[in-house]
Design a protein around this ligand. Structure first.
Ligand code: SAH
Length: 198
């Protein structure tokens, strides 16, 4: 069982993707040959569930990028827990930085995988993550609020990316942050597999 945020930060929109919601796109994308043997970057990695899922699927290289050092500490523990239990030969890197800091990416990747901030508190953060993803890879797996569906697909189209597959989830946001009144709030989230038209 992976560790979660100790005290999630509201302004960074920190929440953990539940295991089963992470597993569906990772498993299916691997069936399309998007993961095993590939180089992958997990943007806004948080406690690491998405990138760690790729380690377990036999990715060649996984780079985790997260700007919050407290989250990175938990991410490191989660990687240790995983590598203690499974034989992993993936080349790993953790970059503790804002994803938008110039010069942090010196390579392109086979895949960008991300569940970024939804842009609810940090307005525009979702699209800013997406704009970077378009530059880093021709394949993207990304989670966004379903209410932003039209904007996400329009933006993708502008960059010649087409939705290859989508899943709609009820995403449980636990009462982990101040301002959340209900114990668990279910929000509609869509996960896209986006691919650049050649
Ligand atoms: N991907 C993780 C965490 C999702 S929460 C999961 O699926 O469980 C979004 C994460 O993005 C948080 O950990 C937050 O700290 C991080 N984040 C937000 N803005 C960022 C930025 N500009 N650069 C890097 N990380 C950022």
């Amino acid at each position: 069982m992976l560790k979660q945020f100790d005290s999630p930060k509201v302004h960074l929109e920190q929440y953990v993707t539940e295991g089963d919601l992470a597993a569906t796109p990772i498993w299916e994308a691997n069936n399309f040959d998007w993961i095993s043997g590939k180089t992958i970057v997990d943007l806004g990695a948080g406690t690491g569930i998405l990138g760690i899922g790729c380690l377990l699927m036999g990715a060649k290289r996984v780079v985790f990028v997260e700007k919050d050092p407290d989250a990175v500490k938990i991410l490191e523990q989660n990687i240790e827990l995983t590598t203690a239990d499974y034989e992993i030969s993936t080349d790993l890197d953790i970059i503790t930085s804002d994803i938008h800091k110039p010069g942090i990416f010196e390579e392109k990747f086979d895949l960008v995988l991300m569940n970024p901030p939804f842009g609810t508190r940090d307005c525009g953060a979702d699209l800013a993550f997406l704009e970077l993803a378009f530059k880093l890879s021709d394949r993207i797996i990304t989670f966004h609020k379903t209410s932003t569906e039209k904007k996400i697909e329009e933006t993708a189209k502008k960059h010649s990316f087409i939705p290859f597959r989508t899943w709609k989830f009820k995403f449980p946001l636990k009462n982990t942050m101040e301002g959340h009144k209900k114990k668990i709030e279910l929000i509609d989230v869509t996960c896209w597999l986006l691919e650049k038209k050649q």
